[in-house]
Each structure stands twice: as structure tokens, then as C-alpha cells.
Ligand binder design. Structure first.
Ligand code: NAD
Length: 334
């Protein structure tokens, strides 16, 4: 039986890594019919919005999507389409695994952690306004409902995947009310999961500990902003954004996408590393219940990394995006 999955190719390097990913997914033998939906810069002029309603309708119908990165103008222009999509579809949990892979240069060899990021509120709620000409305010929103929901998600993920420890990341010493509530909710939920260790750490100390000894950590439970920042940091611990996949999940739908952005300066050059999106494809296959195909694709990625002849620039090689995808597809055909 085939699957129907929404594909948002994205802006900048998005179409190149999407082509690479659909190519290797096809090589697994799993039949996926892609419903291609454009969003972002490309459709802004034509539709008057970077997120036409048909995009969310398609995801609601298919319940699963693969997404390339979408550009957000800095300091002006439209609001982030990525944030809007997560809020519109109530994709409240952003799961960002970071682990060492064979052949990928890194200062560490034993990193295997998952950032679980609350995806719908915090400073990303988009509530900001000017106060006169020379000041601006952004409102940080933390609610009990969303905080308990993401904490429970993190502990359930730990149980489901055999992980042992959840660390709540916060700044409750300064933001006593907002981060204090997030931490209190995590502590309360932790009491229901006696089989999983629980700890908490202030976000600045967490950054230092992660770059000193990342192997100590397992699942990091974060409000939206710290989760965004820490997941790039964690990608850097294991070889960079080129190998960092993610899943956005909620009650009904799941959207898989690389952690990185649209890298506009590299667009159209066939140089970008497709693995972050391909590994998001591995997560998508697992989500569909295609665990064997997911394991085969991941093994093919690791084999190409170990061989080391078809690596992109960020991993010290000279291969192109399509060359790396071809090498992975070839492995799958063996
Ligand atoms: P970026 O992630 O696009 O790029 C940061 C750096 O990492 C650049 O030097 C880039 O060349 C490099 N890089 C990124 N992905 C790579 C890959 N797969 N292989 C090799 N090198 C890679 O971040 P940015 O430049 O800050 O953002 C560009 C745009 O992307 C912005 O408009 C931003 O809002 C958007 N963005 C979107 C998402 C998303 O769609 N989920 C996430 C982050 C940023």
C-alpha cells in the first residue's frame, strides 16, 4: 500500500535537498505519492501570503509532511512561515536528535541526545509591539497546558525509546514566573515517571556543560527559544547543521524537516549537504511504521559517510548534493 505525503520543497536550497531526499526515499522501495505544496517566498506575490490555506489543508488531510526550509526576512516583512505552520497545525513538539555518525568529524564521539522543544508559545508567540519610537516589547507566553503537554511528551518519548534521563532547561532564576511555571510543570510531570531520571539546569550553564561533556545528557526538555538555540548548538557537537534532522509532531499531524535554514547563498549550486533532510526522511519512514526501510536508509547513509568519497563541503569533501544522494541510492540498490 502506498502513502500520500505532503511535500513542501521550500526556499533557497530547499528544492535541491528535497529532490535528493525523495530520490533516496524512492530507492527504499516504500511507495510514497508526493502532494507538492509550495509555500514561502515563491508564492507570496501570487497568493498574497507565504502560507496559502491549501498547504495546511493538504497536511491535515495527509497527516504527514516532508518540508524544506523556508526563508523568513530578518527584522521586517512577513512572520515566519515555519512558526505559523507549527502554530496552525498545533505541532506542539519539536524533536531534534543529535548523535555522532561514523565518518563525520566532531570533537566528541559519544553524543546521543534529543532536544524536545515546545513549539507553540514562549517568545515565538509573535506578540510584540513598539513603545514609542525608541523601544519595543516582546511578550513571553508560557502556559500550564502547553508546558505540561510538552513535559509529558518528553517523558513518554524517553519511555518509548529506552532513554533514561530528562533535563529541563530554563532560566527560572531570572524569569521566575514564566520559566518558573515551565519548570514547575516539568517537576510535577516528572513525579509521574519514577522510572526516568529528572534534572534541571539553567540555560547558560547548560550551554557550557554541553560543550564540555555532552555525553552526560539524554533528553533536553526546553521552552521554544532555548530549544531553538540549543538544537543548533547540539548539531554543532555532532558535525553541524548538515546532519541535523527534526520532527514537528502534535495530536494529528507530523511535519519532518531539517533543523537548518534555506542557506540562500548556496542555493542552486548543488553543494549543500542533503543529509539533514534525508535523516528527517528516516524519521518520517519510522513514523509511517516503515521501520525496516528507515533502518536500511539510515544504514545506507552511514555506509556512505564511512566510505568518505561522496561527502559534501561541510564534511570535508567535494561531492555535490545530487552525488551524495546518488551514492546513498546506490547503496540501497545493493
Ligand atoms: P541556515 O541554516 O540557512 O545557514 C547557516 C549556515 O549553515 C550557512 O553558512 C549555511 O551555508 C550552512 N548550512 C545550512 N544548512 C547546511 C547544509 N545542509 N549543508 C551545509 N551547510 C549548511 O541559517 P541562516 O542563514 O541563519 O538562515 C537562512 C534563512 O533560513 C533565514 O531566512 C531563516 O529564517 C531561515 N530558516 C528557516 C528554518 C526552517 O525552515 N525551519 C530554520 C532556520 C532558518
Amino acid at each position: 500500500m502506498g502513502y500520500r505525503v505532503t511535500l513542501i520543497p521550500g526556499d533557497g536550497i530547499g528544492p535541491e535537498i528535497s529532490a535528493a531526499t525523495t530520490r533516496v526515499l524512492a530507492a527504499t522501495g516504500v511507495e510514497i505519492e508526493w502532494e507538492v505544496m509550495e509555500a514561502g517566498e515563491k508564492v507570496l506575490e501570487e497568493c498574497g501570503t507565504p502560507l496559502p490555506p491549501r498547504v495546511c489543508e493538504s497536511i491535515r488531510k495527509n497527516r504527514v509532511a516532508l518540508k524544506g526550509p523556508l526563508t523568513t526576512p530578518v527584522g521586517k516583512g512577513f512572520r515566519s512561515v515555519n512558526v505559523a505552520l507549527r502554530q496552525e497545525l498545533n505541532l506542539f513538539a519539536n524533536v531534534r536528535p543529535a548523535r555522532n555518525r561514523p565518518g563525520v568529524p566532531s570533537r566528541f564521539t559519544d553524543v546521543d541526545l534529543v532536544v524536545v522543544r515546545e513549539n507553540t508559545e514562549d517568545l515565538y508567540a509573535g506578540v510584540e509591539h513598539r513603545v514609542g519610537n525608541d523601544a519595543a516589547e516582546s511578550i513571553k507566553i508560557i502556559t500550564r497546558g502547553a508546558s505540561e503537554r510538552i513535559a509529558r511528551f518528553a517523558f513518554d518519548l524517553a519511555r518509548r525509546t529506552g532513554r533514561k534521563k530528562v533535563t529541563c532547561v530554563h532560566k527560572a532564576n531570572i524569569m521566575k514566573l514564566s520559566d518558573g511555571l515551565f519548570l514547575a510543570c516539568a517537576q510535577q510531570v516528572a513525579a509521574e515517571y519514577e522510572d526516568i531520571q529528572f534534572g534541571d539546569m539553567i540555560v547558560d550553564a547548560m550551554c557550557m556543560k554541553l560543550v564540555q561533556n555532552p555525553a552526560e545528557y539524554d533528553i533536553l526538555l526546553c521552552p521554544n527559544l532555548y530549544g531553538d538555540i540549543l538544537s543548533d548548538l547540539c548539531a554543532g557537537l555532532v558535525g553541524g547543521l548538515g546532519v541535523a534532522p527534526s520532527a514537528n509532531t502534535g495530536d494529528g499531524c507530523a511535519v519532518f524537516e531539517p533543523v537548518h535554514g534555506s542557506a540562500p547563498r548556496r542555493a542552486g549550486q548543488n553543494v549543500i549537504n542533503p543529509l539533514a533532510m534525508i535523516l528527517s526522511g528516516v524519521m518520517l519512514l519510522a513514523h509511517l511504521g516503515e521501520t525496516r526501510a528507515a533502518a536500511r536508509l539510515e544504514a545506507a547513509v552511514d555506509a556512505v559517510l564511512t566510505e568518505g568519497t561522496q561527502l559534501t563541503y561541510d564534511l570535508g569533501g567535494r561531492a555535490g548534493t545530487s552525488g551524495m544522494a546518488a551514492a546513498i541510492a546506490e547503496r540501497l540498490a545493493k
